[in-house]
Design a protein around this ligand. Sequence first.
Ligand SMILES: Nc1ncnc2c1ncn2[C@@H]1O[C@H](COP(=O)(O)OP(=O)(O)OP(=O)(O)O)[C@@H](O)[C@H]1O
Length: 132
Amino acid sequence: MNMDLKNKRQTSKNKNFGQAFGHAWDGLTTLCCNERNFRFHLVTTAVVLTAGLTMRVGYFKFLWLVLACYLVLQAEVINTLAEYLVDLTIGSQYNDLAKKIKDIAAGWVLFSTMLAIVIGLIVFGTTIIKLI
Ligand SMILES: Nc1ncnc2c1ncn2[C@@H]1O[C@H](COP(=O)(O)OP(=O)(O)OP(=O)(O)O)[C@@H](O)[C@H]1O
């Protein structure tokens, strides 16, 4: 077996699906264990989707909630990748371009969250109005 694979410091291409799955799982574990904001968005997703199910918002509206939560999680992943890539490239050294990259990534999380809030307000708002 390749030494890289043996000592788990692999830099070569994945040899099979199992190995690729293992690394993808490592990525998810890293997001959940190391990224507080990602955990927060995961918990929020669970709360929003549970509320959607409990309030029986309907199939179509529930899909909108799933989409909104996914949008925020996706933006958070992009933000995390931008942070890691910048830190990997220049470390803690100040750089104007690094600031732009991190700020844009954070801005996209903010934009996605605002969009998700609007979707949530429409979905839950119209459901509550129907119930009254
Ligand atoms: N190397 C750098 N050069 C210039 N500005 C930086 C650099 N690193 C960080 N910054 C600035 O500091 C801010 C915070 O950086 P950091 O890496 O902590 O991201 P963050 O948005 O706090 O992370 P999180 O999303 O986990 O809260 C960035 O948005 C950016 O404005």
